[in-house]
Design a protein around this ligand. Structure first.
Ligand SMILES: Cc1cc2nc3c(=O)[nH]c(=O)nc-3n(C[C@H](O)[C@H](O)[C@H](O)COP(=O)(O)OP(=O)(O)OC[C@H]3O[C@@H](n4cnc5c(N)ncnc54)[C@H](O)[C@@H]3O)c2cc1C
Length: 270
């Protein structure tokens, strides 16, 4: 019996949030799916993520809306503060009126919980083959399908390939050939246990923010910066934050009065 391309599975490179979502979507469309994941175990590291109403629509379409809803944390506001002087730069109501308008809530969720919700859907489908500890190394494409070579020397003959192998994608590298671009922005994230929240605001250990700022500055300096960066009043300019931080918070000086330094640069608050 000969194997025709339509008998072959679709291969998804990477078992992160993108890869699992793609695998679930494909199975729901009747495709056979194989996921190759380089890590020994499927799992997500990281901190919190925001889920807009559209994310819940997407979870519903993949059949895992309820799993995600039960793990999410719902807030009545989205509040943004300046990382340097804590000035409140925005507050968006995300309460009942917002939920009614968009048909789903705004929520936050731990990245691992979003991943687990998708993983449960994948496991419940019973139709997705997972191969862990297997890194996609190289891809060959011809008129009838794709051959995916892994790092162990195995060749996987598949109908199509979806590259969901992250920001340093081997698949993208082979077909597009561009480098991952570093913007110069550095993000420090943390998850605060509900039990440690007081009056709706997490109590950080004394000195945590200045220490994080100093580390951010150090990391910002270590990172390759984009070319033609313009440093100044344009807050949206790539590279601006790391540059501004490195001006404001010299490593040797405690970052205890950033607001005054901001004023000196013309970024003072009313
Ligand atoms: C600081 C930060 C905050 C964010 N906040 C939000 C948010 O609030 N809301 C939101 O929706 N999104 C947010 N995002 C974006 C979101 O996290 C990412 O878009 C998403 O996690 C990307 O998932 P992915 O599956 O494409 O990639 P990844 O999560 O990187 O997964 C890639 C997977 O592929 C595997 N892999 C890599 N190379 C290979 C290979 N060659 N062969 C086999 N396997 C391989 C990896 O081990 C990994 O498991 C944020 C991102 C960052 C950096």
């Amino acid at each position: 019996m000969t194997t025709t391309p339509s008998d072959l599975p679709v291969l998804v490179a990477g078992g992160g949030i993108g890869g699992l979502a793609a695998a679930l979507a494909l199975v729901r469309q009747g495709f056979r799916v194989k996921v190759l994941e380089q890590a020994a175990e499927l799992g997500e590291i990281g901190a919190g993520m925001q889920l807009g109403p559209n994310a819940f629509h997407a979870f519903d379409a993949l059949g895992v809306g309820e799993q995600a809803r039960k793990r999410a944390v719902y807030t009545d506001f989205m509040v943004m503060h300046d990382a340097i002087d804590e000035y409140q730069v925005g507050k968006i109501p995300t309460g009942e009126a917002f939920r009614q308008r968009f048909g789903n809530p705004y929520a936050v969720i731990h990245r691992a919980d979003a991943h687990t919700s998708l993983l449960e859907g994948v496991q419940a489908s019973g139709q997705i083959e997972f191969v862990t500890s297997t890194r996609v190394a190289r891809v060959e494409q011809d008129a009838n399908g794709v051959t995916v070579h892994d790092q162990h020397g195995n060749a996987h003959r598949v109908r199509a390939l979806i590259g969901a192998d992250g920001v340093k994608s081997v698949v993208r590298q082979q077909f597009v050939g561009d480098e991952a671009r570093v913007t110069g922005h550095v993000v420090y994230r943390a998850v605060v246990d509900k039990a440690d929240q007081h009056l709706g605001r997490p109590q950080l250990p004394p000195g945590a923010l200045p220490a994080a700022r100093r580390r951010a500055v150090q990391r910002g300096r270590d990172l390759p910066q984009p070319r033609n960066r313009r440093v100044g009043r344009d807050r949206g300019q790539p590279g601006r934050s790391a540059e501004l931080l490195s001006r404001l918070v010299p490593e040797s000086a405690p970052a205890d009065r950033p607001a005054q330094k901001l004023e000196a640069l013309g970024h003072g608050r009313p």
